[in-house]
Design a protein around this ligand. Structure first.
Ligand code: GLU
Length: 453
């Protein structure tokens, strides 16, 4: 039975890069009818925060990424890591290291000065049993280091194919610190091993950790899970996506009116070449294939996300959309008229203002200020609306018959007078829903601004 895990560290809110890892694990588990588990990797006590943990959980729930097992917290499992570190000590796969920070810093400085990569030289590996016992009885501080294998390590990555590491790729790394806190690589292996994880799907930034983890699995007498290291999401400047690239937090996307369906869809197809891109969750699951993910990094494409959002908005039952937007059923007709033409829920709400509002956007007012004979156009619109609310075509033809305005310019001018905006859904479609009061108020507003009586 396939079993995967999503293992966020609660050191910040869920951002689009981590969310992609979660989505890929989720789709894979669903496709394989396997188990998706959630593990909170909170061993970095300084940087981890319970508030981030609840925030991540809340965002996963919002996205509909439901887990079958967990959340398991690593800080609740320190006794287990201790037990397993002792097993490695007993079996001779690990040793106690008594080197002080000063000694290690000195060795590091020397290596850097010589231009070689600093590596622990393994001096405590050679300590005799007696020396270890005497250091222990002196009460010296110690950490546990893993005796790295002096042989090349290779693995078959489901996305990258075979990845090789030379025999001296890694030094004897720490698995347990002096305060009893396990290192990241050690805790991951103990947890993946004990919970029976079959596939590890995570970001390519973890490739360099994989040989350490594989060695640990082997030391425990087991075999490592299969790995799939997906490429990372980059900003347009090809640097790892971060806050300076604009919206990256899941909460921010939600706030801006992106639907969870669109986000999951976007994250599920990014880095894959798809014949059809607009997909429901079911279609995403059915077409999911982890090995089809690109080996190279993907640039985050806001335009595509907005396009997918538009498609999902269009296909969403109006009742649900009303609910998502926090509106009441009174708005049904208006939402129905707008939903085909908006990119986000935020835009939907903004456009609702067209029907009952009275404002004119500043760029729209600026455009109007350059239109000749604006007062006569205003008068014609006012008359037609005042008398009996004429249709848009009538108003348009009425003006067109009197003045020789280019068609596009006239439509834009009328759009501004009627909606207060330079762009928006097809004016003919929404015109019948705009209240007479709103149109009159907008006309007054324009007149006032140009001192027309
Ligand atoms: N906690 C790690 C991270 O947030 C994940 C480690 C893993 O998936 O093995 O990057």
């Amino acid at each position: 039975m396939v079993k995967v895990r999503f293992a966020p560290s609660p050191t910040g809110h869920l951002h689009i890069g981590n969310a992609r890892t979660a989505v890929l694990n989720y789709l894979f588990a669903k496709k394989e009818r396997g188990i998706f588990s959630l593990r909170i990797e909170d061993t970095d006590i300084q940087r981890s925060n319970k508030l981030y943990e609840s925030s991540i959980i809340e965002d996963l729930q919002w996205l509909g990424i439901n887990w079958d097992e967990g959340p398991v917290r690593q800080t609740e499992r320190f006794h287990i890591y201790k037990e397993y570190a002792e097993i490695l000590l007993e079996k001779g796969f690990a040793y106690r290291c008594f080197c002080s920070k000063d000694e290690l810093d000195k060795a590091r400085r020397i290596a850097v000065a010589k231009g070689i990569a600093p590596k622990y030289d393994g001096r405590c590996k050679k300590l005799s049993k007696e020396q270890v016992n005497s250091f222990l009885s002196e009460g010296r501080q110690w950490v546990i280091r893993f005796k790295s294998f002096m042989r090349p390590i290779k693995f078959d990555d489901m996305i990258h194919g075979e990845i090789n590491f030379p025999y001296d790729h890694v030094d004897d790394f720490i698995i347990m610190r002096s305060d009893g806190v396990p290192s990241y690589n050690f805790a991951v292996v103990v947890d993946d091993m004990l919970s029976g994880i079959t596939h590890v799907i995570r970001g390519a930034d973890h490739i360099s950790n994989t040989p350490k983890q594989i060695m640990l699995f082997h030391a425990f007498g087991g075999s490592a899970p299969l790995y799939a290291h997906h490429s990372l999401l980059m900003g347009p400047d090809k640097k790892p996506l971060s806050k300076r690239h604009g919206v990256t937090g899941i909460k921010d996307f939600k706030k801006m009116g992106i639907l969870k369906e669109a986000l999951v869809n976007y994250l599920g197809i990014t880095g894959r070449s798809m014949i059809k891109e607009f997909l429901t969750e079911e279609e995403l699951i059915n077409t999911f294939d982890i090995s089809s993910l690109s080996q190279s990094d993907s640039v985050f494409d806001m335009e595509k996300l907005l396009w997918l959002n538009k498609e999902h908005l269009k296909h969403m039952p109006t009742e649900r959309l009303i609910n998502e937007a926090g509106l009441t059923m009174e708005y049904k007709e208006k939402v129905e008229a707008l939903k085909e033409n908006v990119k986000t829920i935020g835009e939907l709400k903004e456009y609702l203002n067209i029907f009952d509002g009275d404002s004119i956007d500043s760029d729209a007012m600026e455009y109007i200020s350059r239109i000749n004979e604006i007062n006569t156009i205003l008068k014609t619109v006012e008359d037609s609306v005042e008398k009996n609310k004429a249709g848009f075509e009538d108003i348009f033809n009425n003006i067109k018959s009197k003045y020789s305005y280019p068609k596009r310019e006239l439509i834009l001018t009328l759009r501004i007078i009627l909606t207060g905006k330079k762009s928006g859904p097809p004016i003919k479609e929404i015109f019948p829903l705009i209240s007479k009061e709103s149109i009159i108020k907008r006309i007054q507003c324009i007149k006032k601004s140009f001192s027309i009586n």
